[in-house]
Design a protein around this ligand. Structure first.
Ligand code: HEC
Length: 307
């Protein structure tokens, strides 16, 4: 080793610093590798803890917008020997609701079904049906859909429409359609209450309901903020002073009084509403010390503000 080599080296504890920093780089690389392995394993653990695949249909499905309605009873037996009117109705419904996927000739080749996997059923093929080709089985398909496929539930159609659809598909497209036994028809009737009819409550999609709640809330927030601003701009008067004195949170106090306004009918109700849950409703302890004359002015003041 000649002296010029040593000139450039700095030493720490007798070892050249270049050597020491080599060890640090080595340690850092090892730590990073261990870290990567750990993170990778973490990933394994979490993917195993969560269900492997969420059924995207189940997540996206929402209620249909539906008015309350009474479902008229139908006589299943009348379908056994279907009238031309029932078949014509089935054809019309099929063209409105189904042929986009199942094709006008029932071959499963409609344009809306092209990208679907599994493909829409070709009714003219007799193998591979999930529920089956009997009327009762097609009814079940329409009622429940085929989970995990593009075949949605059509349970909002009236029972007679679902029966008409099934009848049409069977007569127009399915060769040698298997007949339902008496027991099949009996169970169909029983399972879906067909001969009794039912009444359905109104329902609205959850997403829509949420929007309504939010927009109702926005309206309330605006209104209450308006009241707070108008009280603030008002010249001092006894009602205003009392309101400021007995509230910690004017917003909550006004929300409570605005939500249900039957207290306006008499002062005792007003007192009850406030003292019932005063602190949670934005009032403070001073509200319990009001004289009856002060209650009276607070009552008249707030009745005037909250419309
Ligand atoms: C968005 C496309 C689409 C529409 C619209 C559609 N279907 Fe389907 N349908 C499918 C798909 C996809 C399948 C195949 C499901 C499978 O094999 O898992 C299917 C399967 C079926 C089956 C066979 C079920 C079985 O037992 O295998 C019947 C019956 C059926 N549909 C009837 C109808 C009727 C009646 C309508 C209209 C009211 C309709 N479909 C509307 C996509 C659709």
């Amino acid at each position: 080793m000649n002296s010029s080599d040593n000139n450039n080296l700095k030493f720490f504890n007798g070892k050249p610093i270049v050597f020491l920093s080599g060890i640090y780089i080595y340690l850092i690389v090892v730590i990073i590798i261990i870290g990567l392995i750990y993170v990778n394993n973490l990933n394994d653990i979490t993917t195993q803890a969560v269900p492997l695949r969420l059924n995207s249909q189940a997540v996206e499905k929402d209620l249909q917008l539906q008015e309350a309605k009474v479902i008229p009873p139908v006589d299943v037996l009348s379908i056994i020997d279907p009238s031309p009117e029932i078949i014509a109705k089935g054809k019309m419904l099929f063209e409105q609701n189904c042929s986009s996927c199942h094709g006008n000739a029932g071959k499963g080749d409609g344009p809306a079904g092209e990208a679907l996997d599994p493909k829409p059923r070709n009714y003219t093929q007799s193998t591979g049906w999930k529920n089956g080709m009997k009327l009762s089985e097609i009814y079940k398909t329409l009622e429940e859909g085929i989970p995990g496929s593009g075949m949605a539930s059509y349970n909002y159609l009236l029972p007679e429409d679902k029966l008409a659809l099934g009848t049409y598909i069977r007569s127009a497209f399915i060769q040698n359609a298997p007949e339902d036994t008496d027991e099949d028809l009996f169970n169909l009737d029983l399972n879906y209450n067909l001969s009794e009819g039912t009444s359905l409550p109104a329902q609205i999609p959850v997403k829509f309901a949420n929007k309504l709640i939010v927009s109702e809330n926005n309206k309330t927030v605006k209104k209450i903020k308006g009241i707070i601003a108008s009280i603030k701009n008002m010249d001092d008067n006894e009602g205003k002073k009392l309101f400021y004195k007995v509230t910690n949170n004017k917003f909550s106090a006004l929300v409570t009084l605005n939500a249900e306004q039957s207290w306006k009918k008499n002062q005792q109700l007003f007192v009850d509403v406030i003292v019932n849950d005063a602190i949670n409703n934005g009032f403070n302890g001073k509200v319990f010390q009001l004289s009856s004359r002060q209650w009276d002015s607070l009552f008249r003041f707030l009745s005037g503000q909250i419309q």
